[in-house]
Design a protein around this ligand. Sequence first.
Ligand code: SAM
Ligand code: SF4
Ligand code: SF4
Length: 339
Amino acid sequence: MANRLRDALSRPLKDLRLSVTDRCNFRCRYCMPPEMFDEGFEFLPKQQVLTFEEMERIVRLFVQASGIEKVRITGGEPLMRSQLSHLIQLISKVDGIRDIAMTTNGSLLTKHAQNLKEAGLDRVTVSLDCLDDEHFRYINGRNISVQHVLDGINAAEEAGLEVKVNMVVKRGMNDEDILPMARYFKGTNIILRFIEYMDVGNANGWKLDHVVGKRELYDIINKEMPIEPVDPNYRGEVADRFRYKDGSGEIGIISSVTDSFCQDCSRARVSPEGKLITCLFASEGHDLRDVLRSGASDEEVIEHIASIWEKRDDRYSEERFQQTDQDKIKKIEMSHIGG
Ligand code: SAM
Ligand code: SF4
Ligand code: SF4
């Protein structure tokens, strides 16, 4: 295995998140508010987006540069990219890759779960923010039913994919859905993870008051369904794990706002147009696409990746509350980076 690259704060480069498209068939109000992402919104033109072959090369070169073993496919909605299973197949053949996961809104899983599994996908994380149908149709901005996503989750399980569910909790939007969601997934094989609402991008009008913090989430669940902490699976795991004391499963809480985890952050992100992004809250990325398209050799691309990672000193979540001009910082949108 290649020696891991280390950044300026000694953090290794271990995982890669590939955002394969900036397009989405949902308009979740906290991510792609429909007023902003309307008909006039200009998504990336096709020629600017990396091809699957370019993505496969990037994965291969990250393995060679730093021994990465895990790749997560995200978006926009990754399943908006046609023939996505072809990309999974290419990545699954890269020597050294042991785990391929995807984050999806679940709406297209009934159609694609089986193909994705056969192509080599190991896991999916399905985003679902509530179980109340009318409310969910409103939140996703496209009138998609809860049942539609639940059918996608079932299809993924039937295809043999490991499934987790992510629920972003925003006060005033879906904090009343915390307990119904916990009750629904308790006793199943699916781990539900609550995510603190984050100030990613500039489109969603984030305010600290909107955040339901880890401590509060813990109390709400623990009061009705007692839970206790579980050790992390590995160093740098972003979710704090808890298990139900009655033995009926596990939940996770991802607390990027109230209890940040920058000191263990070992993830690189690549955007659909091939920018290497060193932090979820970055203002911009570093170009890889033009380097690839200029005919650079593998060694040259690896050197380029290394020179970016070695300078990395991002720790936005640890510094968040020292920023006085929060509103003025330009940040890449979540629908572009993919979380
Ligand atoms: N479209 C796919 C989906 O929704 O799963 C993948 C991309 S989406 C940007 C990735 C994840 O980011 C989703 O689970 C979504 O709920 C979450 N997300 C979006 N905006 C967020 C925010 N401001 N704070 C926390 N999580 C957010
Ligand atoms: Fe919703 Fe994901 Fe689409 Fe954002 S990218 S609008 S979170 S489905
Ligand atoms: Fe990593 Fe940036 Fe998030 Fe900190 S704020 S955990 S450096 S992505």
